[in-house]
Design a protein around this ligand. Sequence first.
Ligand SMILES: NC(=O)C1=CN([C@@H]2O[C@H](COP(=O)(O)OP(=O)(O)OC[C@H]3O[C@@H](n4cnc5c(N)ncnc54)[C@H](OP(=O)(O)O)[C@@H]3O)[C@@H](O)[C@H]2O)C=CC1
Ligand SMILES: O=C(O)[C@@H]1CCC=N1
Length: 264
Amino acid sequence: MKKFAFVGAGKMASAIVSGMIKSGAVRPWDVECVSGADSTGADLARNTGISHTAKIENINAETVVLACKPQQLAEVAQSIGQKRMDLVISILAGTTISKLRERFPNAGKIVRVMPNMAALISKGISCFAPETELEPDQEKTVETVLKAIGKVIKCPEAQLDAVTALSGSGPGYVFEFAAALIEAGKELGFDNETAKELSIQTILGSAMLLEKDERSPEELRDAVCSPGGTTLAALEVFKASNFRKTVKDALFAAEKRSKELSRL
Ligand SMILES: NC(=O)C1=CN([C@@H]2O[C@H](COP(=O)(O)OP(=O)(O)OC[C@H]3O[C@@H](n4cnc5c(N)ncnc54)[C@H](OP(=O)(O)O)[C@@H]3O)[C@@H](O)[C@H]2O)C=CC1
Ligand SMILES: O=C(O)[C@@H]1CCC=N1
């Protein structure tokens, strides 16, 4: 019997498995994965050294990590929903614990988690909500998975849609901002490589400064602005196009979508 079985071997499962193995939290031979009809399962196994199980009915592990799309849950539950499993950890956006309990009536405990893509380099942040208090060994298992991929916060399940909107989807917003900086940089005359290096290092350096400096984001922003200078000229454009409202609307749209996914 394996320690972990990943059901779904796509982008997020790959990020978590890679983070767990690179950090030494688990060994490849303690993990198996299964995917749908495409080659993601075999690819993940080849890239990380874990096992790939072709038939979902054959997975055999203490902890099952659900990492398929929310839309694929019904199909997965049809195959393995009646299995006895000690612990089910779900990273499916929107899918509630009560829906998971309906689908997996024989699971020991269910934990709903929202990680993010930075798990790939163990710099993620995950929030988790257990169905009920976990046994100490189950708590340890959840920590093994989540601490290997970054920071961990326990929260009430009711907050998980908002977590999804902020930190779950958040890397997507930052990558879009990076792409916008690069595109604008190229229009200012830089070649792709230079625009990319200037943009990525700016985001990286600013994020690290935000983490290390005691000042708030607004104080740091103001420290960049010289009176009558270039940064203010740019920030005026952000303000005129209602940047903050756009960000707020975007996060509320993500939260709404997460709630909609719970009704699938
Ligand atoms: N991407 C992200 O940044 C984040 C994603 N999530 C959540 O993680 C989950 C996965 O997302 P993501 O990795 O992006 O999606 P992907 O599409 O990359 O991966 C989905 C995986 O599920 C597999 N799959 C499909 N059908 C089945 C099935 N019947 N049985 C077993 N496996 C199946 C797919 O296999 P195949 O392709 O071989 O058919 C694929 O490996 C989602 O629920 C999402 O809400 C949470 C936080 C962040
Ligand atoms: O976009 C999604 O639905 C998933 C959940 C959070 C990040 N990706």
